[in-house]
Design a protein around this ligand. Structure first.
Ligand SMILES: *[C@@H]1O[C@H](CO)[C@@H](O)[C@H](O)[C@H]1NC(C)=O
Ligand SMILES: *[C@@H]1O[C@H](CO)[C@@H](O)[C@H](O)[C@H]1NC(C)=O
Ligand SMILES: *[C@@H]1O[C@H](CO)[C@@H](O)[C@H](O)[C@H]1NC(C)=O
Ligand SMILES: *[C@@H]1O[C@H](CO)[C@@H](O)[C@H](O)[C@H]1NC(C)=O
Length: 271
């Protein structure tokens, strides 16, 4: 590098720095003049020429040669280059800094309404709590709908409604058993919370009493409980037939199958 080259670079730098001082010379923005005490002639001007007062740069929220234009609806900031986020009212987005002056749309929070509600909440000011959504997926931050359906026992878009009385489980597809009180059937797993109707047993009261038993909690015994195939829950008589091998009103008689077979055998050999 020759001496003249170095000189040329130095001169160039000097020019640039002088230009900088001329444009942005005053430490306080919005003023000009040799004392930096005269306000820029254009009210929304942030930087004006130190000698002439010509505007060189507008305050955030304004544009135009004399900064006479307010940012269009929905934009803000230096040169109006930023876009307002999810303001509840886009007319109430500060042209200066993008703050939503009357709050956010449903599903968003923060001064700028740029941040979605935390997982598990939704709505205006993120004040609502998601319902019983299935899986690890949360609900929509905007309207609270569960995106992949409900946990067992719940229904509706929000999964905040229990299954209708008498049904339970996934998508409320299951039907409650013979609960003593159908409104005490667990909406989640079908357990009959206050026990079963007469003649039924099990958590969900879907199983008949064992053969030979009947009544509340299956605590009554049929007459001939070993041979009856279910009996009247009033009299205990064998109204539903006998177990294989037994006959009679009380299923008290053993079928005579053996003798029948023997008789046939005798008939055959007798010919
Ligand atoms: C600059 O400041 C001096 C002294 O502080 C004052 O006499 C003079 O009037 C000022 N000039 C302007 C243009 O304000
Ligand atoms: C944003 O600007 C508004 C006025 O437009 C003002 O009230 C608010 O304090 C400013 N917020 C911040 C964070 O500077
Ligand atoms: C529930 O029933 C609906 C309609 O009958 C069916 O499409 C769905 O697959 C069922 N869901 C379950 C979990 O059984
Ligand atoms: C069934 O759900 C009820 C609540 O509805 C609960 O108390 C019970 O423990 C559950 N039973 C089983 C077997 O999960």
């Amino acid at each position: 590098m020759s001496l003249s080259d170095v000189l040329a670079v130095w001169l160039c730098l000097l020019t640039v720095s002088q230009a900088y001082v001329e444009v942005y010379g005053c430490p306080a923005t919005g003023y000009f003049g040799s004392n930096c005490s005269v306000p820029c002639p254009d009210v929304n001007c942030q930087y004006c020429h130190i000698k002439t007062g010509t505007c060189q740069g507008c305050k955030p929220g304004y544009k135009g040669h004399r900064c006479e234009i307010t940012c269009e609806r929905g934009t803000y900031g230096a040169g109006c280059k930023e876009t307002c986020e999810h303001c509840r009212d886009v007319n109430q987005c500060s042209v200066n800094n993008g703050t939503c002056l009357t709050g956010c749309d449903a599903g968003f929070k923060g001064d700028l309404c740029k941040t979605a509600c935390d997982r598990g909440s939704y709505g205006y000011d993120c004040k609502e709590t998601c319902g019983h959504c299935r899986d690890r997926y949360p609900c929509s931050n905007i309207n609270g709908w569960c995106l992949t359906g409900c946990d067992p026992g719940y229904q509706g878009d929000l999964c905040k409604t229990s299954c209708d009385i008498g049904s339970y489980g996934s998508e409320c597809n299951e039907t409650c058993g013979h609960c003593r009180a159908v409104d005490h059937c667990s909406n989640i797993n079908g357990t009959c919370l206050t026990g079963c109707d007469a003649d039924y047993q099990g958590d969900s009261c879907k199983t008949l009493c064992p053969v030979g038993y009947f009544g509340q909690d299956c605590s009554d015994t049929c007459i001939n409980s070993y041979t009856c195939d279910g009996c009247s829950d009033v009299s205990g008589s064998c109204d539903y037939g006998c177990r294989p091998g037994w006959i009679g009103y009380f299923c008290q008689k053993r079928m005579q199958e053996r003798s029948k077979v023997r008789r046939l055998a005798v008939d055959k050999s007798g010919r």
